[in-house]
Design a protein around this ligand. Structure first.
Ligand code: ZN
Length: 417
């Protein structure tokens, strides 16, 4: 069997045929060069409008990188024709295997982009001896195609989240679809301002925004304002993941302050290395941690009282009726306001101020799963680490859409990976 025959099986073109295949020794190792020739009766298409046009001249031979075979790089070799198009003027012809000025064939770009979902971009570049830039361009191409072809109908529930990049110096706003039948990243925006989220609703369009039934977010004021304005018909829920994150932050503050005070006053440093004991849920502790926590609970420390208040609040989420959940919330807030622990009092005040939105959790019960936004948040952070720490907004955006967007891909006769 000839290589040409295999190529015709995996990727056949209407107006081009494969010619001679050559083994060429190059500095970086051998490569296969596959000549491509236009069919005798095939007319060149204008790359501007896609219509056939009379020939003008022929450019120099160009090499387009194709999917490697047995670890050998493969190039399609072709000298593109130029056409004189009545509408677009003199243009290079449209090639069915590559777009625009790209040096990579579409097949190879999709191949790299698919691998970039499983490995880090750097690993993909190393494994296939491609440049980092080729991998990035391929992923960018896949994301652009996917975003242009995705189906946005039937979006009912969304979750709004933020992550920071460059060590907390910049923020990104992420909007997820969190419906039972479809969970994916819908949109990424720079910063976490009013303007940012308005950008999302502009992108979604007023008709689709009106179709939203549930919106899930943190208590971040700019978000609350925009949601009230742009999706007023939806039930706005403050999600459990974000609320509990505020508790962890407050608890951390109490513990750090108290540990410092104990040390300064010459007391036994009972709180050292206790951070995770107090932040983790009790059921997630190891046996050794459980013993230490039990010891720690005997001290009358602010950190311990704050910890107990936090753990007690977890009960809130197990209520069914919004009425009784509300009663519980009020009682908890009253007790916490008397606790003389400032960071916890701040949490209580914040919860009181958002009582209605908090109780919406029970109105939406069964419709939203609290773990979805949390799961996406963890994946987004992992993606940040795996790509390249998000040095630019565009890089972050492309990496996130690629990893979490559940984007469609074109149908092809053969899947190379
Ligand atoms: Zn044209």
């Amino acid at each position: 069997m000839q290589l040409k025959t295999i190529l015709n099986h995996v990727q056949k073109f209407k107006s081009f045929v494969y010619g001679t295949v050559r083994w060429v020794e190059r500095a970086g190792g051998p490569v296969l060069e596959v000549e491509v020739v236009e069919r005798a009766n095939g007319r060149a298409l204008c790359s501007g409008c896609g219509r056939p046009a009379p020939g003008y001249d022929r450019l120099r031979v160009r090499r387009f990188e194709f999917v490697p075979l047995w670890g050998i790089k493969v190039f399609l070799v072709y000298a593109p024709r130029r056409v004189r198009c009545p509408t677009c003027g003199v243009r290079v012809e449209r090639l069915p295997w590559a777009r625009g000025k790209h040096r990579l064939t579409d097949a190879y770009a999709w191949f790299l982009a698919r691998w970039a979902r499983r490995l880090s971009w750097k690993e993909v570049a190393t494994v296939f001896r491609a440049s980092w830039d080729s991998v990035f361009r391929s992923v960018e191409m896949a994301v652009e195609w996917g975003r242009a072809h995705q189906d946005l109908s039937g979006i009912e529930s969304i979750g709004i989240d933020e992550i920071s990049r460059r060590r907390g110096h910049c923020y990104l706003t992420l909007v997820y679809q969190i419906d039972a039948h479809c969970k994916r990243l819908l949109w990424v925006g720079k910063d976490r301002k009013i303007k940012t989220l308005l950008g999302f609703f502009r992108w979604l369009g007023s008709e689709r925004s009106a179709g939203l039934k549930y919106v899930c977010s943190d208590m971040w004021k700019p978000y609350l304002k925009v949601i009230a304005k742009k999706a007023s018909q939806a039930i706005h829920v403050l999600d459990r993941f974000h609320i509990m994150a505020h508790f962890s932050k407050a608890l951390d503050e109490v513990r750090a302050g108290e540990a410092r005070a104990l040390k300064q006053n010459g007391y036994e440093p009972v709180l050292s290395k206790s951070r995770w004991l107090l932040l983790k849920r009790p059921q997630n502790l190891t046996e050794k941690q459980e013993v230490r926590l039990a010891e720690l609970l005997q001290y009358n420390l602010k950190s311990i009282r704050a910890y107990l208040l936090k753990e007690e609040f977890q009960l809130f989420w197990s209520y069914i009726s919004p009425y009784w959940a509300g009663r519980f919330l009020d009682a908890w807030c009253t007790r916490t306001m008397r606790s003389k622990i400032d960071p916890m009092k701040r949490v209580a005040r914040m919860l009181r101020n958002h009582r209605t939105l908090l109780l919406n959790w029970f109105r939406a019960k069964g419709q939203l799963s609290s773990g979805v936004v949390e799961g996406f948040n963890a994946k987004a952070k992992l993606t940040s680490r795996k790509s390249f720490g998000f040095r630019t907004f565009h890089g972050a955006e492309i990496a996130l859409y690629h990893a979490l967007g559940a984007l469609p891909e074109p149908e092809s006769t053969h899947r190379f990976c």
